[in-house]
Design a binder for this molecule. Structure first.
Ligand code: IMP
Ligand code: MG
Length: 183
Protein backbone atom coordinates (compact mmCIF):
# COMPACT_ATOMS: atom_id res chain seq x y z
CA UNK A 1 0.00 0.00 0.00
CA UNK A 2 2.60 2.55 1.15
CA UNK A 3 4.67 2.08 -1.98
CA UNK A 4 1.73 3.11 -4.19
CA UNK A 5 1.66 6.57 -2.58
CA UNK A 6 3.57 9.30 -4.42
CA UNK A 7 3.10 12.08 -1.88
CA UNK A 8 1.47 12.66 1.48
CA UNK A 9 -0.69 15.80 1.44
CA UNK A 10 -1.96 15.65 5.01
CA UNK A 11 -0.34 13.68 7.82
CA UNK A 12 -2.30 11.69 10.41
CA UNK A 13 -1.19 14.20 13.07
CA UNK A 14 -2.64 17.17 11.17
CA UNK A 15 -5.84 15.24 10.53
CA UNK A 16 -6.17 14.42 14.23
CA UNK A 17 -5.64 18.06 15.21
CA UNK A 18 -8.17 19.33 12.67
CA UNK A 19 -10.79 16.72 13.57
CA UNK A 20 -10.47 17.85 17.18
CA UNK A 21 -11.06 21.48 16.13
CA UNK A 22 -14.05 20.55 13.98
CA UNK A 23 -15.49 18.53 16.82
CA UNK A 24 -15.20 21.47 19.19
CA UNK A 25 -16.94 23.79 16.73
CA UNK A 26 -19.75 21.37 15.97
CA UNK A 27 -20.23 20.65 19.67
CA UNK A 28 -20.45 24.37 20.42
CA UNK A 29 -23.00 24.89 17.64
CA UNK A 30 -25.11 21.98 18.88
CA UNK A 31 -24.89 23.36 22.37
CA UNK A 32 -26.18 26.70 21.15
CA UNK A 33 -29.33 24.99 19.84
CA UNK A 34 -30.42 24.51 23.42
CA UNK A 35 -31.15 21.64 25.73
CA UNK A 36 -34.09 20.36 23.71
CA UNK A 37 -31.95 19.81 20.66
CA UNK A 38 -29.53 17.61 22.53
CA UNK A 39 -31.94 14.67 22.43
CA UNK A 40 -32.47 14.90 18.71
CA UNK A 41 -29.07 14.99 17.05
CA UNK A 42 -28.48 12.54 14.20
CA UNK A 43 -25.20 12.18 12.35
CA UNK A 44 -25.53 10.93 8.77
CA UNK A 45 -22.26 9.55 7.36
CA UNK A 46 -22.14 9.09 3.61
CA UNK A 47 -20.81 5.60 3.11
CA UNK A 48 -18.25 4.38 2.45
CA UNK A 49 -15.85 7.31 2.22
CA UNK A 50 -16.86 8.97 5.49
CA UNK A 51 -16.31 5.84 7.57
CA UNK A 52 -12.93 6.75 9.07
CA UNK A 53 -13.58 10.46 9.44
CA UNK A 54 -16.91 9.98 11.17
CA UNK A 55 -15.56 7.41 13.59
CA UNK A 56 -12.95 9.91 14.76
CA UNK A 57 -15.25 12.92 14.67
CA UNK A 58 -18.06 11.47 16.78
CA UNK A 59 -15.61 10.76 19.58
CA UNK A 60 -14.90 14.51 19.67
CA UNK A 61 -18.60 15.24 20.21
CA UNK A 62 -19.48 14.94 23.90
CA UNK A 63 -23.24 14.95 23.25
CA UNK A 64 -25.94 12.33 22.85
CA UNK A 65 -26.37 11.48 19.21
CA UNK A 66 -27.66 8.88 16.79
CA UNK A 67 -26.04 7.61 13.62
CA UNK A 68 -27.94 6.79 10.44
CA UNK A 69 -25.83 5.86 7.45
CA UNK A 70 -26.54 6.62 3.81
CA UNK A 71 -24.91 4.67 1.00
CA UNK A 72 -23.96 6.56 -2.15
CA UNK A 73 -21.87 5.65 -5.15
CA UNK A 74 -20.48 8.29 -7.46
CA UNK A 75 -17.10 6.92 -8.54
CA UNK A 76 -17.77 3.35 -9.56
CA UNK A 77 -14.69 1.15 -10.00
CA UNK A 78 -11.61 2.85 -11.37
CA UNK A 79 -13.26 6.10 -12.42
CA UNK A 80 -11.65 9.28 -11.07
CA UNK A 81 -14.45 11.66 -11.81
CA UNK A 82 -18.04 11.57 -10.69
CA UNK A 83 -20.39 9.54 -12.85
CA UNK A 84 -23.48 10.97 -11.23
CA UNK A 85 -24.87 10.10 -7.85
CA UNK A 86 -26.56 6.77 -7.15
CA UNK A 87 -28.22 6.14 -3.81
CA UNK A 88 -27.31 2.64 -2.64
CA UNK A 89 -29.73 2.55 0.25
CA UNK A 90 -33.00 4.09 1.27
CA UNK A 91 -32.97 7.24 3.31
CA UNK A 92 -33.23 6.63 7.06
CA UNK A 93 -36.82 6.84 8.21
CA UNK A 94 -36.64 9.01 11.29
CA UNK A 95 -35.28 12.33 10.12
CA UNK A 96 -38.23 14.63 10.74
CA UNK A 97 -37.69 17.00 13.65
CA UNK A 98 -34.07 15.95 14.11
CA UNK A 99 -30.96 18.09 14.04
CA UNK A 100 -29.00 16.48 11.23
CA UNK A 101 -25.37 16.68 10.22
CA UNK A 102 -24.46 14.99 6.95
CA UNK A 103 -20.82 13.97 6.92
CA UNK A 104 -18.86 13.18 3.76
CA UNK A 105 -15.20 12.61 3.03
CA UNK A 106 -14.78 15.18 0.28
CA UNK A 107 -16.62 17.85 -1.66
CA UNK A 108 -15.62 17.68 -5.29
CA UNK A 109 -18.31 18.49 -7.88
CA UNK A 110 -20.77 18.95 -5.02
CA UNK A 111 -23.34 16.64 -6.62
CA UNK A 112 -23.39 14.10 -3.80
CA UNK A 113 -24.17 16.64 -1.07
CA UNK A 114 -26.53 18.54 -3.33
CA UNK A 115 -28.63 15.47 -4.12
CA UNK A 116 -28.57 14.21 -0.53
CA UNK A 117 -29.43 17.48 1.16
CA UNK A 118 -32.30 18.05 -1.27
CA UNK A 119 -33.76 14.62 -0.49
CA UNK A 120 -33.20 14.95 3.24
CA UNK A 121 -34.70 18.42 3.45
CA UNK A 122 -37.99 16.98 2.12
CA UNK A 123 -38.19 14.90 5.31
CA UNK A 124 -38.57 17.99 7.44
CA UNK A 125 -35.57 17.97 9.80
CA UNK A 126 -35.34 20.58 12.57
CA UNK A 127 -32.00 21.64 11.12
CA UNK A 128 -29.60 20.34 8.50
CA UNK A 129 -25.87 20.95 8.34
CA UNK A 130 -23.09 19.50 6.25
CA UNK A 131 -19.50 18.63 7.08
CA UNK A 132 -16.68 17.40 4.85
CA UNK A 133 -13.10 16.56 5.70
CA UNK A 134 -11.76 17.77 2.35
CA UNK A 135 -12.83 20.26 -0.29
CA UNK A 136 -11.41 20.95 -3.73
CA UNK A 137 -12.08 24.69 -4.07
CA UNK A 138 -13.45 25.92 -7.36
CA UNK A 139 -14.55 22.46 -8.50
CA UNK A 140 -18.14 22.57 -7.33
CA UNK A 141 -20.54 22.59 -10.27
CA UNK A 142 -23.51 23.16 -8.06
CA UNK A 143 -23.96 25.76 -5.36
CA UNK A 144 -23.99 23.62 -2.25
CA UNK A 145 -23.43 25.08 1.20
CA UNK A 146 -20.99 23.29 3.46
CA UNK A 147 -21.00 24.28 7.11
CA UNK A 148 -17.81 22.59 8.27
CA UNK A 149 -14.68 21.93 6.17
CA UNK A 150 -11.52 20.25 7.38
CA UNK A 151 -9.04 21.12 4.64
CA UNK A 152 -9.05 22.75 1.24
CA UNK A 153 -6.81 20.72 -1.07
CA UNK A 154 -5.51 21.11 -4.63
CA UNK A 155 -7.42 19.47 -7.46
CA UNK A 156 -5.73 16.09 -7.29
CA UNK A 157 -7.18 12.64 -6.81
CA UNK A 158 -6.45 11.64 -3.21
CA UNK A 159 -6.75 8.44 -1.20
CA UNK A 160 -6.55 7.45 2.45
CA UNK A 161 -8.45 8.14 5.68
CA UNK A 162 -11.58 6.65 4.08
CA UNK A 163 -11.04 7.79 0.50
CA UNK A 164 -10.50 5.07 -2.07
CA UNK A 165 -9.31 4.30 -5.54
CA UNK A 166 -11.16 1.27 -6.93
CA UNK A 167 -12.15 0.37 -3.38
CA UNK A 168 -8.59 0.35 -2.05
CA UNK A 169 -6.48 2.56 0.27
CA UNK A 170 -9.33 3.55 2.61
CA UNK A 171 -7.24 2.30 5.52
CA UNK A 172 -4.18 4.39 4.64
CA UNK A 173 -3.88 6.70 7.67
CA UNK A 174 -2.82 9.87 5.81
CA UNK A 175 -4.28 11.73 2.82
CA UNK A 176 -2.03 11.01 -0.13
CA UNK A 177 -1.70 11.14 -3.91
CA UNK A 178 -1.25 7.89 -5.81
CA UNK A 179 1.67 7.10 -8.07
CA UNK A 180 0.88 6.87 -11.78
CA UNK A 181 1.95 3.24 -11.64
CA UNK A 182 -0.84 2.42 -9.18
CA UNK A 183 -3.61 3.78 -11.41
P1 IMP B 1 -18.89 14.98 -5.64
O1 IMP B 1 -20.26 14.39 -5.73
O2 IMP B 1 -18.27 15.22 -6.99
O3 IMP B 1 -18.77 16.20 -4.75
O4 IMP B 1 -17.94 13.87 -5.09
C1 IMP B 1 -17.98 13.45 -3.83
C2 IMP B 1 -17.63 12.01 -3.74
O5 IMP B 1 -16.70 11.62 -4.75
C3 IMP B 1 -16.97 11.75 -2.42
O6 IMP B 1 -17.91 11.25 -1.54
C4 IMP B 1 -15.89 10.75 -2.76
O7 IMP B 1 -16.39 9.46 -2.50
C5 IMP B 1 -15.63 10.89 -4.21
N1 IMP B 1 -14.35 11.63 -4.49
C6 IMP B 1 -14.23 12.89 -4.94
N2 IMP B 1 -12.93 13.25 -5.08
C7 IMP B 1 -12.22 12.17 -4.68
C8 IMP B 1 -10.79 11.92 -4.58
O8 IMP B 1 -9.91 12.76 -4.84
N3 IMP B 1 -10.45 10.68 -4.12
C9 IMP B 1 -11.36 9.72 -3.80
N4 IMP B 1 -12.69 9.93 -3.87
C10 IMP B 1 -13.12 11.14 -4.32
MG1 MG C 1 -18.05 9.02 -1.13
Amino acid sequence: MERDIARVLITPERIRERVRELGARIAADLDALGEDAAEHVTIIPVMTGAIVFVSDLIRELPVKLRIEIIGVSSYPGKSMESKGVALKSELPRELAGRHLIVIDDILDSGQTLDVLTTLIRERGPASLRTCVLLRKPGKAKVDVRVDYVGFDIPDEFVVGYGLDYDGLYRNYPAIGVLKESAI
